[in-house]
Design a protein around this ligand. Structure first.
Ligand code: N2P
Length: 353
């Protein structure tokens, strides 16, 4: 009986391989959309849905930081049609001629974008070069089964008893931001001395962290390798969901936390602008926005999506931060030329022993 079942499974697998082989060959000649996005940042099934609806093929690559995205494009990577820079990185890219203007007439679903979000949060308020995608917070997640006396404070990184069990993100503005917040400064300060002081603080924490990490921390906190991690809220909530592990808790530290907006943009030199516009339009249909909010646990500022959200997600505090906590958040914005001060301080952090 068991043997027969195995044979059937095997026959099925052979048939599937054959079918998908045919699928690949019939992809030839179809228009291709090259997408470069953050990891864990697209609801399951959406790319396949877009492919089916547009009779095209999506080639999807991922990055884990704005710096990685920037470095890859600067190193000459061409051929991407759609990229997802954070809003505070858009102007850096615009200044260097890396993004093209959005032709809004070709993207009717832009009408769904929450006007209040555009006015209060977006940095590119008229969507000249970028369209809002998802927005969220960065905080600290800890394991309550291994850290008994956790106090939600950035000063946890000074705890030597947790040495080797903690990670910080590998993200310049976020990590220096956590130092700035702890010192009572703005995460958007342009004061060199404040930024250097934040770098000193992070250097003092460095001996206690296993590493700076934007991706592996998720599997690490799930496997109990790490007990305290700086993380993006929705990514942590995805880990909790996938592992059904309620010992992982996402917190917004009492000194304050960062908030950010990621955008979708079309790089200069994109091969398939028409398909890129269709993709942005797709991301801002109400149903796709709902799928992305509910899967990623980040807010897609799309007013057509809001009434369709489940009660469960509306009550989720990672996505909809309660007002009393929100007052401690500060949005990361573009600091223009002063970014060089952050880069310099970060190099010192990275080089320190
Ligand atoms: C993607 C998280 C992106 C958040 N998984 C930082 N912009």
């Amino acid at each position: 009986m068991k043997y027969t079942k195995q044979l059937i499974l095997l026959a099925g697998a052979v048939a599937m391989a054959f079918v998908s082989g045919c699928g690949r060959s019939s992809d030839e000649g179809k228009p291709v959309l090259h997408v470069y996005n953050w990891s864990d940042y697209m609801a399951e099934g959406l790319l396949e849905q877009f492919e089916a609806e547009n009779n095209c093929k999506v080639v999807y690559d991922v990055f884990d930081s704005n710096e990685a995205l920037y470095a890859k494009l600067k190193a000459g990577a061409t051929g991407y049609d759609i990229i997802f820079p954070s809003s505070y990185f858009v102007s850096v890219m615009v200044e260097e001629g890396m993004l093209q203007e959005i032709n809004k007439a070709n993207i009717p679903n832009l009408k769904n974008i929450d006007p209040e979000f555009l006015e209060k949060v977006s940095l590119d308020k008229v969507m000249k070069y970028s369209v809002p995608y998802l927005s969220g917070t960065t905080g600290i997640a800890y394991r309550k089964d291994t850290v008994k006396d956790f106090d939600s404070s950035w000063t946890v990184y000074a705890r030597e008893d947790l040495a080797g069990r903690m990670t910080l993100l590998d993200d310049i503005r976020e990590v220096l931001g956590s130092g700035l917040i702890t010192l009572g400064y703005s995460v958007n300060t342009t004061s060199e001395s404040e930024i250097e002081e934040a770098a000193d603080l992070v250097i003092s924490w460095k001996k206690n962290i296993a590493r700076f990490d934007n991706e592996g921390y998720k599997a690490g906190v799930a496997s109990k390798e790490f007990w305290v991690v700086q993380g993006y809220g929705g990514d942590v909530q995805q880990v909790i969901d996938e592992n059904e592990d309620e010992n992982i808790v996402y917190t917004l530290p009492k000194e304050g936390f960062t908030m950010w907006e990621d955008t979708v943009a079309i790089p200069t030199g994109a091969d398939n602008v028409e398909l890129a516009e269709k993709f942005i339009n797709f991301l801002h249909s109400a149903e796709v926005a709902v799928a992305n909010i509910e899967y990623n646990y980040y807010l897609c500022p799309n007013t057509a999506a809001y009434p369709l959200l489940s009660e469960e997600i509306k009550a989720n505090e990672v996505v909809f931060v309660p007002k009393d906590k929100l007052v401690k958040g500060e949005q990361i914005v573009d600091v223009g030329k002063d970014l060089a001060k952050y880069n310099k301080a970060w190099n010192r952090v990275k080089a320190s022993k």
